[in-house]
Design a protein around this ligand. Structure first.
Ligand SMILES: Nc1ncnc2c1ncn2[C@@H]1O[C@H](COP(=O)(O)OP(=O)(O)OP(=O)(O)O)[C@@H](O)[C@H]1O
Length: 363
């Protein structure tokens, strides 16, 4: 494990009787890109505010660079925030916006000049030092906001949905730019978004939030391939989730049939949920399929066909197929490989899930 820069230990935050952070326990290492991903109201911004020092936590410890900072004011924490609307000063030019924090800290004039120009170089805006804020594009404004934050040499940069106001094309460009910038600067980024594609594309590690709790943390691939519960499977990517029964290790029953699978470590006959991703399903002739389905609709989505089908138990199946289903055949088969079947226990904690995974991966 790398050097821990931010640690939240058993952090709770309540407003009156409402718990908005419920036992948050996370560690951010130096130099990595982290994302808090979750729906509106799940507690993402509250975590940023707790780290930045804009709110007091109800209980638990907030630790930055090894030091407990619960009682340290925001301006003395080595953390800076880039807000959604960037909060740039419209009456100051680019240089003055970036210099502002240094002037407040009474840094001398020559040093301000050096540090501002250095920050501008890092975000590749050195030619725009004298521009007015109103004369910048959305992407350039974002870079000024980042330069203004990094000029103060924070250990962590907190980014609260900085891309949400941008149009789709610019948003994608800025995703590449943010990722590149984080790697060049080597500063830890903690980025907030409710856009799962953005989180998957940018992050070294994602914390999936819901109801004030971290539901799961891990690399984008881990979270996509091995979601621990219904919420995560549903929120990250698209999923078919059906009820099933674990017959024994590596054998699960659903849709009235027993299938080989790659999961183990459950109780025999345990009631489980089974996840199959739409892109892992192929539509084949019914006698070659593992589940028989009636095709309901299909839409051409450019790089795949989106097909909706129903099995005889009226479960809906979403399929992303490179080939269209034949128009004239109503009953088709779904084919999938054993390793595409992902089995989830009800109510399993992340610790128990990790321990179970380790126990059978070690076999
Ligand atoms: N000052 C406050 N008083 C009472 N409740 C609050 C306060 N601030 C936040 N909350 C509540 O805390 C919960 C978490 O809010 P938070 O802003 O952290 O969510 P979020 O995941 O960042 O959502 P969004 O994506 O909409 O910004 C919400 O239910 C919100 O209504």
């Amino acid at each position: 494990m790398g050097e821990p820069i931010v640690e939240l230990h058993h952090v709770f935050k309540s407003y009156d009787d409402t718990v908005v952070l419920d036992d948050i326990d996370i560690t951010l290492e130096a130099g990595k890109f982290y994302t808090l991903l979750g729906p509106s109201g799940s507690g993402k911004t509250t975590i940023l505010r707790a780290i930045a020092g804009f709110l007091n936590v109800t209980s638990g410890d907030v630790v930055i660079a090894g030091k407990r900072v619960n009682d340290i004011p925001a301006n003395l924490r080595q953390v800076n925030t880039v807000f959604q609307n960037y909060s740039l000063f419209p009456h100051m030019n680019v240089f003055e916006n970036i210099a502002y924090g240094l002037r407040i800290r009474k840094v001398d004039k020559a040093m301000i000049e050096t540090r501002v120009m250095d920050a501008l170089k890092k975000v590749r805006l050195e030619n725009l030092a004298n521009r007015e804020i109103s004369e910048l594009s959305g992407g350039q404004q974002q870079r000024v906001a980042i330069a203004r934050a990094i000029v103060l040499e924070p250990k962590v940069l907190l980014l609260d949905e900085p891309l949400s106001a941008l149009d789709a094309k610019l948003r994608k460009d800025m995703q590449y730019e943010l990722r590149d910038l984080q790697q060049r600067l080597g500063i830890t980024f903690l980025f907030v978004t409710h856009d799962q594609e953005e989180a998957l594309a940018l992050s070294d590690e994602i914390f999936v939030m819901n109801d004030g709790k971290v539901q799961q943390s891990g690399t984008p691939v881990d979270i996509y391939d091995e979601p621990i519960n219904h919420f995560v499977a549903d929120f990250i990517g698209e999923s078919n989730i059906v009820d099933g029964r674990m017959v024994e290790d590596y054998r699960v029953e659903f849709n009235g049939k027993v299938f080989d699978c790659a999961d183990a470590g459950m109780r025999p006959n345990e009631h489980v949920e089974v996840v199959l991703r739409p892109e892992d399903l192929d539509v084949v002739p019914v006698d070659k399929g593992r589940v028989a389905v009636r095709i309901d609709t299909q839409l051409f989505r450019g790089d795949f066909y989106e097909i909706v089908a129903y099995d005889d138990g009226q479960n809906e199946w979403l399929i992303h197929s490179t080939n269209p289903a034949p128009e004239d055949v109503e009953l088709m088969g779904l084919y999938f490989d054993p390793e595409d079947i992902h089995v989830m226990r009800f109510g399993e904690s992340e610790e128990d899930f990790d321990a179970r995974l380790e126990s059978y991966e070690g076999e």
